[in-house]
Design a protein around this ligand. Structure first.
Ligand code: FES
Ligand SMILES: [Fe+2]
Length: 370
């Protein structure tokens, strides 16, 4: 007999300390009902990355994306104000803007030509001449909460959700500010497809370097596994490692400089990986219970022609690490479907980040809002 969703949620006890805790149940990684619950709670209430700031600097510049299954549009108005909307035409619901990004004079729906201003007001309605009680002013695009922060633009679908400061935490905002990320320029975006639940990718990221010596020999050569630290905030985790100079894998040591690597995860699906003079971000997007897209953006202090080859080499090193993670995440997802597996214990030394992630998920699912 199928357990109900309430029964599945009751299988995880968020009150257990890390010393006694296990992972969330395998069913949470494979059951489509949990994926649906996540769309309605976790992904609707949290601040989700919608665009990079450099994509929407000028009036008319826009970006479209999908968040928790909803079409979203971010656009800068003639008045210079950045706004977010549901990218859903008020006539018969078609997506108004269909390109991933661009620059427009107004927002014109391709279906019947309704036109909205860059500020979201309905302006043109072809063939609407004798309709009664049609209030044009009430038919603007539906707004979504938006916040520009550092190099990014975030939106929150749930109108009642927590503020940006609550979502990210003031400590984290201060720490990131000290990294002076505005000195970095965007270089390249890559999309990776993982055959696993999105939480398998996040768990793998949050295992405190546990898998690095086993799975990533190249990366392991530049990190000091023994001095790897893990610090949880209320809704984020910072993992950090000293960088070892002159490791045995030249391909890695030549592109990873500075004293430390900082790996920030913000609940639920955004990561900032920072090394001196460079950063990459990961945005983890569930496709369905068993499939995930991860969008990587690579940023460098120097994006001149002269630095191009070194930057490319750095992106390629990232590719090697992703290829290694992709295979293990697929293997984990298959194991999660096995009748032989239900939950697994956590390492106190390494897996505090996963413990935080699992407790926050439980909170999302069981809060009054859910
Ligand atoms: S759905 Fe947009 S104009 Fe008809
Ligand atoms: Fe990894």
């Amino acid at each position: 007999m199928h357990a109900t969703v309430i029964e599945l949620l009751a299988q995880y006890d968020p009150a257990l300390p890390l010393e006694e805790a296990s992972t969330i149940p395998a069913s949470w990684y494979i059951d489509p009902r949990i994926a649906e619950l996540e769309r309605r709670t976790t992904f609707s209430c949290t601040w989700q990355l919608a665009a990079r700031a450099d994509q929407v600097r000028e009036p008319g510049q826009y970006v479209t994306c999908e968040i928790a299954g909803e079409p979203i549009l971010v656009v800068r108005g003639e008045d210079g104000v950045l706004r977010g909307f549901f990218n859903v035409c008020r006539h018969h619901a078609a997506a108004v803007m269909t390109q991933a990004q661009g620059c427009a004079k107004n927002l014109r729906c391709p279906y019947h030509g309704w036109t909205y201003t860059l500020e979201g007001a309905l302006k043109g309605t072809p063939s609407f001449t004798s309709e009664c009680h049609f209030d044009r002013a009430a038919h603007g695009l539906a707004p979504v909460a938006i916040r520009a922060w550092e190099n990014w633009v975030f939106v929150r679908l749930d109108a009642q959700g927590p503020s940006f400061e609550e979502g990210f935490g003031s400590n984290l905002l201060g720490e990131i500010a000290s990294l002076q990320l505005s000195r970095l320029s965007w270089f390249e975006r890559r999309h990776y497809h993982f055959d696993c639940n999105w939480k398998v990718f996040v768990d793998n990221y949050l295992d405190g370097g546990y898998h690095v010596p086993h799975l990533h020999k190249g990366l392991d050569s530049v990190l000091d596994f023994k001095k790897y630290t893990i610090e949880n905030g209320a809704r984020h985790c910072l993992q950090s490692s000293p960088i070892v100079k002159g490791g045995d894998h030249a391909q890695f040591s030549s592109v990873r400089g500075g004293e430390r690597a900082l790996y920030y995860w913000v609940h639920p699906n955004f990561m900032i990986n920072w090394y001196e003079g460079m950063m990459d971000t990961n945005l983890v997007l569930p496709l369905d219970a068993d499939h995930t897209e991860v969008i990587f953006d690579f940023w460098f202090a120097d994006v001149s022609e002269a630095a191009r080859e070194r930057n490319r080499a750095s992106v390629e090193v990232g590719q090697i690490i992703q290829d290694e993670d992709m295979a293990i995440c697929k293997s984990v997802q298959r194991g999660l479907h096995s009748r032989a597996y239900s939950t697994g214990r956590l390492s106190v030394r390494r897996e505090a980040g996963e413990h935080l992630f699992h407790r926050l998920l439980h909170e999302d699912f069981t809060s009054t809002r859910a």
